[in-house]
Every structure is written in C-alpha cells, then in structure tokens.
Design a protein around this ligand. Structure first.
Ligand SMILES: [Zn+2]
Length: 164
C-alpha cells in the first residue's frame, strides 16, 4: 500500500513562508483589519509574505539618519547606522536594532531554505536574512521598503545643541 506514502508526501510539501496569518494568531486584544490599515502593496508584502520588486521601494537608496519602524505597528526595527548598500535593490542592514523585536522563521519557498524575518509585535513579514553580509557579523538583513516606516533623527549630528 504505497499510495499512502505517496499521499503523505504531497501533504508534506512545504507551503512557503508564513502567509495568510489570521488576526487571532497575533492577537493583541483587538482584531486588526490589515486590509483597511495598509496599502494594497504593504498588505501583500506584510500580511501575505510578498516581495517588492528590487530598486522600486522608497528606502533601498535612502541615506537619512534615523530609525526604521515596522510599517504595520511602529515597532523600531533598524537603525540607519547599520544600513549599507548591498547592491540588491532592497534596503539592507548588517544588524538589527533589538533582536527581541524581530522573529525568524525557516522559509521553504522556491525549494530553498531561507530565514524569514517577521515583526515580533504584529507578525508582519519584513524580508529575509542571508549569510553574505559585511563584517563583523556577516549578515545581510534584506528588507522590503514597504514593510518599513522611516523616522528621521530629531537631532542631526551637524546641528549644535540649543542652549537654554
Ligand atoms: Zn509590526
């Protein structure tokens, strides 16, 4: 009865990364209507594990000083000081602001195991982390612009501190 084995194989084919999360899965008390809260593109990436085309997002070539927040819930994720030009066409960072703000998960899309990055607060899909980044950690956090919301530093380095 090898048919049983065969059908199990079909069932066990990995289904890609953590898409189609129900609001209850990341329940914070209120059930969030993500389709109303987010733009269609942000919804596709953050809530359905999509990927924006390279060199199209608003932050891949963005060099202001500040903090990058989760576009879904405002959790601080990356500091501009760890952003670098990877040439990939997506915003790339070599470190995270706070490891407890980001969850990692194995992603089996396209038959290759990758490490998916999710916002730890709202479960939004951010991008992936790869092992071809610069020293000292050798990591490249490859993030979709549409998953991020930039907040500029209040006090640019070159301006003198006001005296009162
Ligand atoms: Zn979030």
């Amino acid at each position: 009865m090898r048919w049983h084995h065969f059908s199990w194989l079909l069932i066990c084919i990995p289904l890609g990364c953590s898409q189609a999360q129900s609001p209850a899965e990341n329940d914070t008390g209120d059930s969030i209507q993500w389709e109303e809260k987010l733009s269609p593109e942000a919804y596709r990436v953050l809530r359905q594990c999509g990927t924006e085309p390279p060199f199209t997002g608003k932050y891949w070539d963005h060099h202001e000083m500040g903090i990058y927040l989760c576009a879904g819930c405002g959790t601080p994720l990356f500091n501009s000081e760890t952003k670098y030009d990877s040439g990939s066409g997506w915003p790339s960072f070599f470190d995270v602001l706070n490891t407890s703000n980001i969850t990692t998960k194995s992603d089996y899309q396209r038959g290759v195991v990758r490490t998916e990055l999710l916002c730890n607060s709202c479960g939004g899909h951010l991008g992936h982390v790869f092992n071809d980044g610069p020293e000292p950690h050798g990591l490249r956090y490859c993030i979709n612009s549409v998953s991020l919301q930039f907040e500029a530093s209040e006090h640019p380095k070159e301006s003198a501190a006001p005296k009162h």
